[in-house]
Design a binder for this molecule. Structure first.
Ligand SMILES: [Zn+2]
Length: 348
C-alpha cells in the first residue's frame, strides 16, 4: 500500500511516499479502514523530530488523525461493517487495565497513539480496534473527508480539557493561547458552546480577525500586546477563571499572572518547551488548580461525535494537500501559518 513514511528521525524532511506492506488483516475485534484523508497535529511534528518513546523502527507510517471507509472487519465485530464511512479515534487503549475498566481510556497504562507508537493514518489502510472507529454522522452539507479526518484528536482533547478537567461554566471567562492551533481553536468553540466568555491570543492579526468571526469575544496579539496586563485590565484585576495552555515555557508565567484566585489552568502541550518554574507559595495562596489532560475517554469521544451529529464543532479546515505534497503540509504546520486543520488527502 502507499503510505507517507518517516525514514529516520530528525524532521519532516525525512518523510517520503513509498510502498509498504499492507496494514495487517484485522484480528478479532479489529477493523481495517481504507483511509481517505489524514489530518496533521503538532504531535506529528514531534514524532518527525524524534519523540522520546516514539517508534524507532523505520520506515514509520505517520499520521494520528484519519477517516475513511471500513474495508474489512475481524471476527466478532458488529458495531460497523465494510463500506461504513468512519471517523477514527487515534488513542488506542488496551480496554482491559484498571483505568480502562473505570472508563478512563486515555489514562490506560498501555495507551498508544496512531502515528506515534503505532503505524499511522497516512496510508491507504490502517488496522485499529473496532472501539476506535465510529460511523460519521449524516450532516447537511455532508461532512467532507477532510473535515472527518480533522475532527477527532483536537475535538476530543479540547472537550476533555474544558468540560471534564477545567469544568468551564456558563458566564466564566477563559483565556486561550495561540488560536491558530487546532486544539486552541476547538477549545474556543467549545467554550462558546458552554456559554463562556473567551479571550484568545495570536501573533497574527489576520488569525485574530478570523477567530473573532468564529466567536472570540476578545482578541489579543501576544507579539504586540502584554497579555497578562491586558487580561488583568479586562477583568478588573480579577483574572480569568480558566487558562487553556498548550504552549508551555513561553507562556507559563503569563498564564499564571492571568489566573484568578481559585482559577484552573489546564494544559495538554508544551510546544515552546516543557520546563517551567512554579512558586508553590502562589499556588497554595491563590488556590489554583493546575490540570494536565491528554486526549479523552470513550464516553467523551461519543459525546463529541454526538455533538458533531447535531452540527456543532464541525472542524475548521485550513488547507488540504495531496499526499505527494505531504512535506508542504508539515511545513505549513511547522511555520504556524494555519488557522484550523492541515489535512492530507490519502486517496480519492
Ligand atoms: Zn487500559
Amino acid at each position: 500500500m502507499r503510505a507517507a513514511v518517516l525514514t529516520g528521525s530528525g524532521g519532516f524532511e525525512n518523510i517520503q511516499i513509498s510502498d509498504v506492506p499492507d496494514a495487517p488483516a484485522p484480528r478479532a475485534g479489529e477493523v481495517r479502514v481504507a483511509i481517505r484523508a489524514a489530518a496533521l497535529n503538532h504531535l506529528d511534528l514531534f514524532v518527525a523530530e524524534g519523540l522520546p518513546g516514539a517508534g524507532r523502527e523505520f520506515p514509520h507510517i505517520v499520521g494520528a488523525d484519519g477517516a475513511g471507509v471500513v474495508e474489512t472487519v475481524g471476527p466478532g465485530v458488529t458495531s460497523v461493517q465494510p463500506g461504513d464511512r468512519v471517523l477514527i479515534n487515534p488513542g488506542i487503549s488496551d480496554y482491559s487495565c484498571e483505568f480502562c475498566r473505570a472508563g478512563e481510556h486515555s489514562l490506560c497504562i498501555n495507551y498508544r497513539l496512531l502515528g506515534e507508537h503505532l503505524p499511522g493514518t497516512m496510508a491507504e489502510l490502517v488496522t485499529v480496534p473496532a472501539q476506535n472507529v465510529v460511523r460519521g454522522p449524516n450532516l447537511s452539507p455532508a461532512l467532507t473527508w477532510a473535515e472527518a479526518a480533522a475532527f477527532s484528536l483536537v475535538t476530543l482533547t479540547a472537550w476533555r480539557m474544558l468540560v471534564t478537567r477545567a469544568q468551564l461554566k456558563p458566564g466564566e471567562t477563559a483565556l486561550i493561547w495561540g488560536i491558530g492551533g487546532g486544539v486552541s481553536l476547538t477549545a474556543m468553540r467549545i467554550a462558546k458552546l458552554v456559554g463562556a466568555h473567551v479571550i484568545v491570543t495570536s501573533s497574527d492579526d489576520a488569525k485574530l480577525a478570523a477567530a473573532k468571526q468564529l466567536g472570540a469575544d476578545v482578541t489579543l496579539n501576544h507579539r504586540t500586546q502584554k497579555v497578562a496586563t491586558e487580561v488583568r485590565a479586562l477583568t478588573n484585576k480579577r483574572g480569568v477563571d480558566v487558562v487553556v495552555e498548550n504552549v508551555g515555557a513561553a507562556t507559563w508565567d503569563d498564564s499564571l499572572r492571568c489566573l484568578r484566585r481559585g482559577g484552573r489552568l489546564v494544559t495538554c502541550g508544551a510546544t515552546s518547551g516543557p520546563q517551567v518554574s512554579l512558586d508553590l507559595r502562589r499556588l497554595f495562596w491563590h488556590h489554583w488548580s493546575l490540570l494536565g489532560s491528554t486526549m479523552g475517554n470513550a464516553a467523551e469521544y461519543a459525546e463529541v461525535v454526538r455533538r458533531l451529529g447535531q452540527g456543532e464543532l464541525r472542524p475548521v479546515v485550513d488547507h488540504v494537500f495531496p499526499m505527494d505534497r505531504v512535506r508542504e503540509a508539515y511545513e505549513r504546520l511547522a511555520k504556524g501559518q494555519q488557522l484550523g486543520k492541515v489535512v492530507v488527502e490519502v486517496s480519492s
